[in-house]
Design a protein around this ligand. Sequence first.
Ligand code: G4P
Length: 542
Amino acid sequence: MSAVIDTTSPLARDVLRRRTFAIISHPDAGKTTLTEKLLLFGGAIQMAGTVKARKSSRHATSDWMEVEKQRGISVTSSVMQFDYAEHTVNLLDTPGHSDFSEDTYRVLTAVDAAVMVIDAAKGVEAQTIKLLEVCRLRNTPIITFVNKMDREVRNPIETLEEIESVLKIQCAPITWPIGMGKTFRGVFHLLNDRLMRFTAGEERKTDAEEIIEGLDNPKLTELYPQEIEAARSEVDLIRSASSPFDLQEFLSGKQTPVFFGSGINNFGVQEVLQALIDWAPPPKPRDAGVREVQPTEPKFSGFVFKIQANMDPKHRDRIAFFRVCAGRYTPGMKVQHVREKREMKLGNALTFMANERVKSEDAVAGDIIGIHNHGQLQIGDTLTEGEILGFKGIPYFAPEMFRSVRARDPIKAKQLQKGLQELGEEGAIQVLEANFGNTMLLGAVGQLQFEIVAHRLQTEYKVDAIYESSGIYTARWLTFPSDNLRKEFEREQAANMGKDVDENPVFLSGNKYNLQLTQERWEPKGVGFHATREHGQRLSHI
Ligand code: G4P
């Protein structure tokens, strides 16, 4: 059903000014650095230009968890809102580490575009490939930033070829680097026909002196007598050989505009931000199960894509991150909690700025609000102004690693249960129970998830737990065509049965062959073995 959209209403005007995106990259490509520079442009932070200040404030802005600091990797995701060029930009941070791919996946369900950072020396790396696959599932438009041009890096033409062949996305260069490393002179804007000069060690200010109109400008011959001829012929080559930018191709996720620069020098970053404003889409309609929801509909609705604890040690709490999909949030409004079939008051929702969170006064589609959560909200929950909707596309993935867990001191069993329940709700880990021997199981996609959970159980819940290998290879959620068949299956497979936190039946397999054989026997009878399930979904047993 497509509704007629009134683009002139105050709500529509606000929605069209929204840009909600995430930065994706392999660790160390420069995501944190780019985030900081974008926040600087948005006036969301004022930072001294020293590396030291940058480092310490980095922890203050996007790294909250202690473990994260110890390890120096970003394991939690954060949200930052800022205004730029009469737009409201929501930047969602994603953990770069592949062990948190599930978390990243959820964050990417809440954005309308992504910026992909590539280290110009390393090219396309493993985690970039994975993240791009996720973006492709939703045809998310992607802007590419090739970073670290102030270093001796690979030939930029090779980098483009690699992006095209490995990531299977067409590249449309928008800026082109002139030199690299010690002889990095700047980037030439192919659409504006202007060269932006680079001065090593300086953060670029938008200053007329640093911009030279036209590549044929004699001033360039004067400035760079050695390199300019080669640069001119390279730009000619790129102009004739590469694909021109096509907005529709970009919006459908088939083509990516490519920018070159150096995040640390704040060079080439503003162009990326401008592209987000000019080309990235405002909030799009969303599939809410029974119908598509338009972002400019007057009635409020949206979904929880993340639960996070301990964002700020001063406020010991859990926050549900909620993407508004339609309507307008106003403080104190009453909403329908669809899963729990009850009304709920949204009192003090939060808006996240760079390094503070403030009471949200107003939020529209594309915005992310933080809702204080005492266990009533789960990942995937839909809130509406009355209508029964269910936003789709936030799955759990079948875990790939398992540990059995028990409290070292049996007196702490209850405490362990509570901790696991809460950590499971947050999506930090999946908690399963094997029927055989009533064993509690932790299921993860990456090893680091176990370490974080062990650390948090110890520090937050004061439980010292014993983790042992479980002998389980994989898990599949089960669906049955009839109650009788369910009983028959459960009888035969009693030793392999378990359940998840929502009481859904799970098949726990000790090895690949056992899973294969069981599937071959039971699938023809109509038993479903599922590697994913939607958040909050109760699989039908019948
Ligand atoms: P990440 O979030 O993607 O993991 O990357 P991050 O921004 O932390 O950057 C990783 C490293 O790359 C940092 O160095 C950072 O300073 C450096 N870097 C980022 N952008 C550029 C750039 O344009 N040019 C150069 N030459 N380096 C860049 P580090 O030594 O790990 O940390 P730090 O001491 O600089 O904080």
